[in-house]
Design a protein around this ligand. Sequence first.
Ligand code: ATR
Length: 274
Amino acid sequence: MTVEKYAVIGHPIEHSKSPLIHQAFAQQFNKSIVYEKVLAPLDGFAATIARLQADGYVGANVTVPFKFEAFDACQDLSARAQAAGAVNTLSFKASQLLGDNTDGCGLVNDILKHQQTRLAGKTILLLGAGGAAQGVILPLLEQQPLQLTVANRSLDKAQAMAGRFAEDATRTQVSLQVQTFADLSQGYDVVINATSAGLTDSVLQIPAMVFQQDTLAYDMMYGRDTPFMQQARAAGARVADGLGMLVEQAAEAFYLWHGLRPDTASVIQSLRQS
Ligand code: ATR
């Protein structure tokens, strides 16, 4: 029997934990798979995809900076990929390239399952208006929070992004609001950092009052204690990093490819220990 081949494509890629995670999932079902890290040249994403497709790969994850190029390369896109405007999971079907986005689902599942926090009926503050924020809005709306506020340093970018989700907000009956950081003036049940400020250890200019005693402050970044996490902790909030999101987005990709739902808690725990 031939072993199914998968890959994660990015630039850089050496740091990626996806091979570890997918191999841990496969082991749970006694499945043998190949899952490689593939470094695509910055101008060579399309050629890399063509090579994997010709070599009989079944699927691939896509990470920075290729999620938008992957979106453009697909012949078929899931609703959540369309909403995100980006693709992190590819399935090669004959000559067709199918694109999905499991990032938002990964965030929501980590919050529900591992942070023991419900989102239905809650107030959520989403910080940032770039690709990372756009990727999680639809799955957040579908949890039917009471209110979802998108906040950014500059209002225009947040307004443009939120505007794309006006119909989804109406359908899910969520009050979708837009603010600048400077205008934030209430506490939230859940505050999610989807800015890239943590990459440069920059402090977000947000008022401490957004955090309450029982607020869940969630940074989508993992592997470092960001200024956002420090701000939230100092204000008494519960703090989580994005490691669980990473594992949960992988679990959803694993489900798309294999039709199997792996146990994620044990994988998160072993990644934390290492
Ligand atoms: P990504 O794909 O990671 O979302 P991006 O599209 O470049 O990256 O978006 C980065 C987001 O982080 C933006 O919302 C950006 O805010 P601006 O639109 O005002 O530029 C936000 N961001 C980055 N550094 C920040 C900082 N130091 N303070 C506040 N917001 C920051």
